[in-house]
Unconditional design. Structure first.
Lengths: 260, 222
């Protein structure tokens, strides 16, 4: 297993494998996204209370799930990078953060868009919205620390410590916010999603899966370009670039001197 | 081991007492921030009473932030931090000693000053008692969590603002239960549940934060 881990952890091996994986992952994402969006936006019934605004849920809930999932993945891969010195894990952690922050932001925006017609206000200090906001702060802190160091190795290790501390703190923050919320507003505005009909559940699950795949696709793309940038002085990257240049040359059917 | 601990605490205290301004400035900041609020929201006693727990706690958080940077900075600059890391004693012990020293200079005076501010904001006597207990339980947590942040940013040239970005979100539970306890006490209910949770946070931070800060220091010094 160790041999395998280190083999997969080597940037070159990762680059080849991920290059083969990427079209499949991207295709599956597109298919699922299309199916989920169609079912969610057209085929599923409108809620009898919330009418069409319930459809925001198909974006809101999957991105909320993603926002938490990505933080966990980021912390785990940062820990792997810290403990076993695996370059790819460091890179995965570093590039996950902006994606996770975007999903968190998307969750906040869609939540507030949904809140306006439902609760009558753009922002409610609801427990879940508040913890999403704090999650966004954690992401921003992580990204700020990541960019504060000039040396990438130190940046990865220092921010790994922060990510682990944040992951330990996240449940504590989540539960304290919930407690704080029940104290301040005894009757919180319940969403009432305890029972959900299959006609809504299926598009929701499809979208959740599509969002996960979308994340992995973007993660791979970003990791690949980061790998190329960090390894730009090594031999195999030069080869890859020359190969790409040659391909473009044949595609365009003209001299590729400008690509060199 | 205990001897090392004592020596570091005593050394840091001596250093701090020779630079009194560094102790006094965060305290003055604490008092000024709290007294800005009545000027901002108006002198209505009932309003101030409801705002008081939150205001005092947020101000304490910010004052603790301000004093944090000094925890490792001067030692880092003159190289003694590196020497401390090179000794045979566990780094987490060194960190814990420094945190204790920091709390004695930065946290303890806040607790002493807080009742006065409570009176200024029209807090009733019992709530002031609870305020002092929450600060006594909460400010060590602030120093402990803060130590991780300072350890991460000590090698950076402009660590100050970054430090607050890293540390303030992690302070939220302490703020919630600290201010919440006083709120509950003002409404006449026993605040013991909140205080127990603050105690639990302290125990957790005391057992985990020194390790994390030690790991962070090793990374920063490298």
């Amino acid at each position: 297993m160790w041999v395998w881990l280190h083999k997969f952890g080597s940037p070159k091996y990762f680059f080849t494998i991920s290059g083969r994986l990427l079209p499949w992952l991207g295709g599956a994402t597109l298919l699922l996204l299309a199916a989920g969006l169609y079912l969610g936006l057209f085929a599923s019934p409108a809620d009898y209370q919330q009418r069409d605004s319930v459809r925001i849920m198909y974006i809101h809930v999957p991105s909320a799930w993603n926002s938490m999932f990505i933080y966990l993945l980021m912390a785990v891969s940062a820990a792997i990078g810290l403990i076993w010195n695996i370059k790819i894990a460091d890179i995965v952690a570093a590039v996950s953060a902006p994606i996770g922050a975007s999903f968190t932001f998307l969750t906040l925006v869609t939540g507030s868009l949904w809140g306006k017609p439902m609760w009558g206000t753009w922002w409610e200090w609801d427990a879940r919205l508040t913890s999403e906001l704090i999650l966004l702060f954690l992401y921003l802190g992580y990204m700020a620390l990541q960019s504060a160091f000039e040396d990438r190795r130190t940046a990865a290790r220092a921010s790994a410590v922060l990510a682990i501390v944040g992951a330990v703190n996240l449940p504590i923050i989540y539960y304290s916010v919930q407690w704080w919320n029940t104290l301040h507003q005894p009757q919180s505005l319940g969403v009432g999603m305890s029972t959900i009909h299959a006609s809504m559940l299926i598009p929701l699950l499809l979208m959740a899966l599509a969002f996960k795949l979308f994340f992995f696709t973007v993660l791979l793309i970003r990791t690949r370009s980061e790998v190329l940038e960090r390894e730009r002085n090594s031999g195999w990257v030069q080869e890859v670039i020359e190969e790409m240049a040659a391909k473009t040359e044949t595609n365009l059917g003209r001299s590729g001197n400008e690509y060199r | 081991m205990l001897k090392v601990f004592q020596v570091i605490v005593r050394r840091d205290l001596t250093l701090a007492l020779r630079r009194r301004a560094q102790i006094v400035n965060p305290l003055v900041f604490f008092v000024i921030v709290v007294s800005l609020f009545p000027l901002g929201v108006g002198p209505e006693p009932n309003l101030l009473k409801t705002l008081a727990p939150g205001v005092i706690w947020v101000a304490a958080l910010l004052a603790a932030m301000l004093s944090l940077e000094g925890m490792f900075h001067s030692d880092f600059e003159d190289g003694s931090l590196e020497q401390l890391l090179l000794t045979a004693h566990p780094v987490s012990l060194t960190v814990l000693a420094k945190v204790v020293a920091h709390w004695l200079v930065a946290g303890l005076p806040l607790i002493v000053l807080a009742p006065l501010l409570g009176v200024l904001l029209h807090l009733p006597g019992e709530s002031i008692q609870v305020l002092v207990i929450t600060l006594a339980l909460g400010t060590p947590v602030l120093s402990l969590i803060g130590a991780i942040g300072v350890a991460l940013t000590v090698g950076l040239r402009r660590g100050g603002v970054l430090l607050s970005l890293l540390v303030l979100p992690l302070y939220i539970p302490v703020l919630i239960f600290g201010a919440g306890a006083i709120d509950v006490a003002s409404s006449g209910v026993s605040a013991s549940a909140h205080l127990f949770i603050l105690g639990a946070l302290l125990a957790l931070a005391l057992s985990l934060a020194p390790w994390a800060a030690a790991a962070a220091l090793r990374i920063s010094i490298e």
